[in-house]
Design a protein around this ligand. Sequence first.
Ligand code: PLP
Length: 416
Amino acid sequence: MGTYHTPLDLVRARSPERPVALVRPDAVAIAGAWFQEHFQGDVLYAVKANPSPWVVKTLWENGVRGFDVASIPEIELVSEAAPEAKMAFMHPVKSRRAIARAYFDFGVRTFALDTHEELAKIRAETGGADDLNLIVRMAVSTEGAQYSLSGKFGVSPEEAPSLLLAARRATQDLMGVSFHVGSQCMRPTAYQAAMSQASRALVRAGVLADVVDVGGGFPSVYPGMVPPVMADYVDSIHRGFAEMMVHETTELWCEPGRALVAESSSILTKVELRKGDALYLNDGSYGTLFDAAHTKWPFPVKLVREDDSGAELKPFRFYGPTCDSLDHMPGPFWLPEDVAEGDYIEIGMLGAYGVAMNTRFNGFGDNDTVVVGDAPMASMYGLAPRSIPTRRVEEQEERKVVRFSRVKGGKRRRRK
Ligand SMILES: *Cc1c(COP(=O)(O)O)cnc(C)c1O
């Protein structure tokens, strides 16, 4: 990986033909350190958000000791990049072979499950081991999240007590409960609400949990989606934990993915053609822009050009490089109206579920990666403003802030 001070320095030096992932390890370090300092429990990084070795290494160097993995390749990655890390296999549906390899070859002891059948698989494939940490994944109501993660996994509140009891009986070691409030959760109190749902199931089962794992869902900043400050989220979790009936040594865990990596990476793309308000780029929905295409998130953009022409900002749509017409990102992306073929555009906030989603479809996706030293476009940790600097987007954000001020009883004042 080369290193450049700014994206413009990279353009000057290399005029890159292929998309370049611009990475900021300091942003990951600061996010990891923030969670280590403020979350009163164990922080496990959800590797799927960005499975780059430099991310795992940077988090390890900044005190993050746990990693939430979902497959053998993710386990291999973590054991190479951070050999002493504690791994938790948090996918509720695992292949038998993966369970056995995780336990016997990689020393994984923590496994998630949401059915009696998966519990039986874990017991069988670990040879009836009595040193397992068994975490029961519950489905919780996910109001306030942009992406639900309860549609596919999680035992229902009605069925949870019998599974919690079975897990309790199956291990001498830790039995825990976990949930996922949904990704990009805009409402801190969702955690407290989920914890009280979990608490009710534990009480009905008549067991105490040794681990309460509040999952991921911690947000980042995107245009039109400016969440409350991160401290509000950990406060809600700490309040929820204080209200749970647990024993003195019960551990509190969280599994942030997005919040640790989103702001750390952006992508530098090149305009191959302009047709009116449509820009044909060398990266798209099969590259790092899956969310921009399929959930229509309007990621923040910046023209990377020698001189600012002072042209007015106009809304643009993007097309990606493949021949598939689904390769379309509607935006709107606000760029100077004189943007033209050959210009470079930096698309920000793609460190989570952006660079991780890149494919080789149609012969594209062979991207470069370089380290840059400038700030992310927006930040939850004070590295940049907590908003995206284009006029239209600020108007949208203001509407959001006003909505949250109602939720919070009007304490948060309208921003100027
Ligand atoms: C994806 C995932 C996470 C991370 O979610 P974010 O919304 O990125 O924080 C955490 N835990 C589990 C089990 C997941 O599947």
